[in-house]
Design a protein. Structure first.
Ligand code: COA
Length: 348
């Protein structure tokens, strides 16, 4: 079956830099706490009015298309991963299609949070494998800053996340053994609520009925009431320690699964590009796999956790820095809300 290769890659980050000290102007936090727990030194936040998840995705896409040597009109399918779409619906895929003046091609939106890009890449890979499409644009983009609460009550969440976008063009590989060797995707919804944003949503479960302000009426009102909005119910929720514990198990598990499926071992990896959730998580995974520093790429220090954008931004920065050469074995791995997690093994 025809495998797919990354023919072009690009990323975009907003120019506004917020250091840890900058955040301490808004909430009770400090540089030492953030760096020690997460490794993050600074992050980028999009312009509040001018930039959106879609516009950042477009900037990254333009670079990816140029590097692939194709134009927007050559793209025959879009896969757009984000948890922070411009609209509740429709998704960002069609907005990108419109703004980039693409043909009336298919546009698919992926809702898999931190593992969104790996899921998106896997979906695109299947379309190339079957021969259905030849030029697929895969985008991961996030504008977290618009929905975060920059107050002490939300400090465990708001110091971690940042804005940005990454994109790749996927095309049929040129030769046998090149490109995406395999992807492995997983989910376990048992702990869906411990890293989540519940509103706006159609949830009507017991857990929600116990929350303050749940509307007592026959129809409607499940979307969001003013009381819920004011109580902070519409903000992202994260049980950080629980997420950490699960991540350090699932990251290595899905990387080993990818290696075993290809009869390879950790020593064969030339570069591991893990989702930038937390530097401590990446370091733990690195240690477990016995990889030296030069074989693991981290940039969370500069950008924080950019969720669906983190893997393509890191992959692109690593490639631009000359850390990925033709023939290298690159492993992408991600874990996040859902929980969902996955890996992709690529022969560059
Ligand atoms: C979020 C995370 C950094 C918190 O680190 P932690 O060591 O687990 O910290 P805790 O949540 O137990 O909080 C410890 C203390 O720090 C405080 N704290 C939380 N956020 C803080 C902040 N930004 N600044 C200062 N103090 C903070 C807490 O209030 C708590 O204080 P207390 O002991 O007085 O109650 C860590 O759990 C983590 O990174 N988890 C994984 C998150 C993740 O990867 N999410 C994305 C998934 S893809």
């Amino acid at each position: 079956m025809q495998s797919s290769k990354i023919a072009g890659i690009g990323y975009y980050v907003p120019k506004n830099i917020y250091t840890n000290d900058d955040l301490s102007r808004f909430m009770d936090t400090n540089d030492a706490w953030i760096q020690e727990r997460t490794g993050i030194k600074e992050r980028r936040f999009a312009d509040r009015l001018e930039e959106t998840t879609t516009t950042m995705g477009i900037e990254a896409s333009k670079i990816a298309l140029e590097r692939a040597g194709i134009t927007a009109q050559d793209v025959d399918f879009i896969v757009f991963a984000t948890l922070s779409p411009d609209y509740y619906f429709p998704g960002c895929g069609v907005l990108l299609q419109r703004e980039m003046k693409m043909k009336e091609i298919g546009a698919l939106d992926i809702r898999n949070q931190c593992s969104g890009f790996v899921y998106a890449l896997s979906v695109a890979d299947q379309f190339i494998k079957t021969g259905m499409y030849k030029n697929i644009l895969v985008v991961g983009s996030e504008k977290h800053s618009f929905a975060m609460d920059f107050n002490t009550r939300s400090r465990n969440v708001s110091v971690i996340f940042g804005d940005g976008a990454g994109a790749v063009v996927l095309q049929p590989a040129d030769r046998e053994g090149q490109g995406i060797l395999s992807t492995h995707l997983h989910s376990d919804g048992a702990d869906a609520e411990i890293l989540a944003m519940y509103y706006p949503g159609a949830h009507a479960n017991k857990w929600m009925r116990d929350q303050p302000g749940y509307p007592d009426q026959e129809l409607g009102g499940l979307f969001m009431t003013t009381e819920q909005l004011e109580s902070g119910a519409a903000l992202p929720y994260m049980d950080g320690p629980a997420v950490f514990k699960k991540a350090v198990v699932k990251f290595p598990e899905v990387i080993k699964e990818a290696l075993e499926a290809n009869h390879l071992g950790p020593q064969d990896i030339d570069l591991l590009v893990p989702h930038q959730a937390n530097l401590r998580i990446s370091q733990y995974v690195q240690q477990l796999l016995g990889l030296p520093d030069e074989k693991v790429f981290n940039n969370i220090q500069k950008y924080g956790n950019t969720t669906a954008a983190s893997v393509p931004i890191a992959l692109c920065e690593a490639w631009e820095a000359g850390k990925i050469k033709e023939g290298d074995l690159v492993c992408l791995a991600a874990f996040g809300s859902g929980f969902t997690w996955g890996s992709a093994l690529i022969r560059w």
